[in-house]
Write a protein that binds this ligand. Structure first.
Ligand code: CS2
Length: 495
């Protein structure tokens, strides 16, 4: 098949049934700056926004994508070469692929190249909302002290070089400072990361930084910036080179970086936008007063469920989430974890049937065509476990509920960090705390409790006798019998 590069000029060559932007992209202006143009943003917010731009009167809600890290150079270059266009490949449960060319990213900036351009853009009066996907670890939070981490050398750099910052905190502070000095309207900063109370958390971290960097700005922020909480959801595996070559072979589209994702998507947002907002409700987002219960449900069932499958699956030598779920004992273990340890802490959630939600999660995890990588799920677990799993453990301990499954997963993660699966194959671990985790994991072989001393991950969990007891028992059992036998024994107890 003749192929062509994906860009504005070639849009008309894209054949049905692939949807392309039907709005006039040259008339769209950016009302949103988004930081972190990874796969998730492109499968979720940029997709919702693309759908919105198809409706009338929304021309001022385009997105300016910003790459903050050196690592982002590749995606920003790709967007530049493709005029911001990319293909979203939705992998249905039955294997059908739905493809959409998304057009909502109309500008793109690479911060390391020109920091002032990013600061000016964030401060521009047409920008009403600044959204973030900077990952759980990106908020510069120190679990051990429950505070903003001023020891981070990048933060020190930003304090000394306000006009050429490297972190999101330096950028936002300078942009808000310009807004206040120029008497520009305020704006909304919306976190789209998987963190309970992500808006409140982003606010707390930013204000800690501002207090040190620009204390005179605190008052202005209080009255001119809002930080809505939101729950975001769409499983988005890492794009595989095969996705790229197949797209070219089947549709002739040469897209350097398409995004693959599942059909399901959900976005629940607290309606607190001080300078106006896109009417995302027109395309399926839910605006509610209190997002907390939705966030808690999603983080503790979906994200923690992912970690359960990822960690146990990695030790068993699986490479994808569906493979791990297709193991019947892992499948039962996960369901019992959800029913026995998570469901009791959730309570009633208005408009949600938890039984159906859990059922749909199992279907989503089992999607055979997504090939969601266990490596992706296990990466940065040191930042994920405190958000996905610890709140459940702590609530259950408080309410004297069971924590056996969760303790088992933590024990498995300690063993995972030794670095080998049960077949002796080296695990490809990616984690900001990789070295420390490994050191502690090695010491834990003779004394498992040592692993729980990583306060940055576990806080004061080591002080719970019940947890430590369960964890040590699980650790010893796994070391002796392997994951699968232990999982079967735990499942049998639940019968
Ligand atoms: C995953 C999430 O990173 C992870 O561990 O659980 O990326 C998950 O796929 C998304 O939050 C789905 O909305």
């Amino acid at each position: 098949m003749n192929s062509f590069k994906l860009n504005s000029q070639n849009l008309s060559r894209i054949a049905d049934p692939i949807a392309t932007p039907l709005y006039n992209r040259s008339e769209i202006t950016a009302g949103i700056v988004h930081v972190g143009v990874g796969g998730f943003h492109r499968a979720h917010q940029a997709f919702y926004t693309d759908q919105l731009l198809h409706k009338e009167s929304n021309n001022n809600w385009g997105i300016c994508g910003v790459g903050l890290l050196e690592f982002d150079q590749k995606i920003i270059n790709t967007l530049k070469e493709q005029d911001g266009l990319y293909t979203l490949i939705v992998k249905e449960l039955n294997g059908t692929l739905d493809k959409i060319v998304v057009g909502s990213i109309v500008e793109y900036l690479f911060a390391p190249e020109n920091p002032m351009a990013v600061i000016e853009k964030m401060a521009h009066p047409t920008i009403k909302v600044i959204t973030l996907t900077i990952t759980e670890g990106g908020y510069n939070y120190k679990e051990a002290t429950d505070e903003f981490d001023f020891d981070n050398p990048l933060i020190q750099h930003d304090l000394q070089n306000p006009n050429s910052p490297k972190t999101i905190f330096g950028y936002l502070t300078q942009a808000l400072k310009l807004r206040s000095e120029r008497n520009t309207n305020g704006c909304t900063i919306q976190s789209c990361d998987n963190i309970q109370g992500n808006g409140d958390f982003a606010k707390r971290m930013l204000l800690s930084y501002v207090e040190r960097a620009e204390p005179g700005l605190l008052e202005w922020i209080r009255y001119n910036v809002s930080f809505p909480n939101s729950m975001v959801d769409r499983i988005t595996p890492v794009t595989d080179p095969l996705d790229i070559s197949k797209l070219r072979a089947s549709d002739g589209i040469e897209d350097q970086w398409p995004v693959v994702c599942e059909p399901f998507n959900q976005w629940v947002i607290e309606d607190d936008f001080i300078a106006g907002r896109p009417p995302w409700e027109q395309v399926g987002a839910q605006f509610v007063k209190d997002v907390a219960p939705y966030e808690k449900m999603k983080l503790s069932l979906l994200n923690a469920g992912h970690s359960v499958l990822g960690i146990l699956g990695a030790l068993l030598g699986y490479t994808t989430i569906d493979e791990a779920l297709s193991n019947p004992s892992i499948n039962t273990f996960l369901r019992n974890f959800m029913d026995m340890e998570v469901t009791p802490i959730l309570g009633e959630i208005e408009g949600v049937n938890l039984k159906n939600y859990k059922h749909s999660l199992m279907q989503r995890f089992g999607n055979l065509y997504m090939k969601d990588q266990i490596d992706r799920i296990c990466s940065e677990s040191s930042a994920k476990i405190p958000v996905f799993l610890l709140p459940t453990i702590n609530s259950q301990l408080k309410g004297k509920g069971t924590i056996e499954h969760a303790a088992f997963v933590i024990a498995a993660w300690a063993i995972y960090n030794v670095g080998f699966d049960e077949n002796g194959k080296e695990i490809n671990r990616k984690d900001g705390m990789k070295n420390l985790l490994h050191q502690k994991a090695i010491l834990a072989v003779d004394n498992p409790a040592i692993f729980l001393e990583i306060d940055a991950v576990f806080g004061n969990l080591k002080e719970s006798e019940i947890f430590v007891e369960n964890y040590i028992a699980a650790y010893k059992n796994i070391s002796q019998h392997g994951i699968e036998k232990c999982v079967i024994a735990i499942n049998n107890k639940g019968l």
